[in-house]
Ligand binder design. Structure first.
Ligand code: 5AD
Ligand code: SF4
Length: 399
């Protein structure tokens, strides 16, 4: 989501005559797009902002824009602590970003003459389909910084996806905080997936991040019948203990979750996930449940986080577990998940795969494995081949 938002904001800057650079010394403007989901993320953004003070002093006219969720949470009071800031644009204000630039008076007005070709390298075009979240997970700051769910109209989504596909992105990635909560009257997320995948030139559709609550029989029936929907899902489960899931207010139990994971695996999906350790009510036994869930679920990857209290969330009122307990549990879990990716790659030998080429001889399979072909192919085409063997986290294909 942040990548897509950054691209959108960059496009508005390009329309005002800016071009992208990877080099801070060459830059006239830095846009810092931020995350606040854990304290660590916000802290990194703010310390980067601190370092930009010197950068700004080095050349007259340099500008700094601070955007995204940390900007939303901290607001204009940031300008007091960081006087080097020119503009603060919260995550909720992305639709008004162009107006904000124009109202600031710092930037040249939009001109068609400056309209740059914004095509990124790579094969995946991002399309935001919804923003915000209607859940109220007790640890999470997202609903308060991003607000309630706002679904984009299907006609705008399809127009954007068609545009991306025509620009040469054969893979479309649909984005949203709870992406599969998307709906429009009778239309569900499954219907939208079918519509996007039916657009000319769309070869593959991915989405991130879904919530387990919307992995419904209708969704499963849709993906089963639609081979263009990638066979990988990043489904954050957070914990393997029904008690902790209840205290987190996730709305599912270990048992209902395992049923959904089994249904996905039965349809050929590789599943990766997010896990939190050290939620305030997590006992040793609950943590063991998370370890056993990882074992049972066969995730292809898992991102593991130490619980981070976020101001204003219900869980932030609860007494914290000792830091050394969090450290210990995180290390045990990280050790447990360390081998997951290699094991998942190792289990692919002999299977037939469709590889969407991202370089002349490397690409991604539908179930999201990184694969290398023997021959060279045109970037953006899908190559059907059999897996010879895995080399670490790379599949070596026969063709
Ligand atoms: N502490 C730790 N991890 C968190 N996440 C969200 N909020 C918190 C928090 N307060 C994690 C979840 C989510 C991912 C994006 O960040 O695992 O899926
Ligand atoms: Fe946060 Fe829960 Fe919403 Fe995900 S579903 S964004 S964890 S409140």
């Amino acid at each position: 989501m942040n990548l897509a938002d950054s691209e959108e904001m960059a496009a508005h800057l390009q329309l005002r005559g800016y071009t992208k650079t990877e080099n801070l010394d060459d830059a006239d403007l830095v846009l810092v797009n931020t995350c606040t989901v854990r304290d660590h993320a916000e802290h990194r953004a703010l310390s980067f902002l601190g370092r930009l003070r010197q950068w700004k002093r080095e050349k007259c006219g340099r500008k700094i824009i601070f955007a995204g969720c940390a900007a939303q949470r901290l607001g204009n009071k940031l300008k007091k602590t960081f006087p080097q800031l020119d503009l603060v644009s919260g995550a909720k204000e992305i639709d008004g970003f162009a107006e904000l630039l124009d109202a600031s008076g710092f930037f040249p007005p939009e001109t068609a003459a400056h309209a740059a070709n914004t095509k990124e390298t790579g094969v995946t075009g991002y399309v935001t389909i919804m923003r915000g979240c209607d859940f109220a997970c007790s640890y999470c700051i997202v609903p308060s910084v991003r607000g309630p769910v706002q679904c984009l109209p299907s006609k705008d989504i399809l127009a954007k996806a068609a545009q991306k596909a025509n620009q040469g992105y054969p893979e479309i990635m649909l984005l949203g905080q709870t992406v599969n909560a998307w709906k429009e009257l009778d239309k569900t997320f499954a219907d939208l997936l079918n519509d996007v995948s039916a657009l000319p030139h769309v070869q593959r559709v991915r989405f991130v991040s879904p919530h387990p609550a919307f992995i419904t029989p209708q969704f499963l029936a849709c993906v089963e019948n639609n081979a263009k929907i990638a066979r990988h899902i990043h489904l954050p489960v957070q914990s393997g203990s029904s008690k902790v899931l209840r205290d987190m207010k996730r709305g599912y139990t270990r048992e209902t979750l395992l049923e959904k994971l089994d249904a996905l695996k039965a349809r050929g999906f590789a599943v990766s996930t997010d896990l939190i350790v050290g939620f305030p009510t997590e006992t040793e036994e609950d943590f063991e449940d998370t370890l056993s869930l990882v074992q049972q679920a066969g995730f292809s990857a898992a991102y593991c986080f130490k619980y981070s209290p976020r101001a204003g969330t219900p869980a932030a009122q609860m007494p914290l577990l000792p830091e050394k307990t969090l450290e210990k549990r995180l290390n045990i879990l990280l050790n447990k998940v360390k081998g997951l990716a290699e094991a998942a790659y190792g289990a692919q030998a002999g299977k037939k795969k469709e590889v969407l080429m991202e370089t002349p001889n490397k690409g991604r399979t539908s179930d999201n494995f990184w694969a290398e072909t023997k021959k060279s192919y045109t970037i953006g085409t899908i190559v059907c081949s059999e897996v010879d063997q895995a080399k670490g986290t790379l599949l070596l294909m026969r063709d």
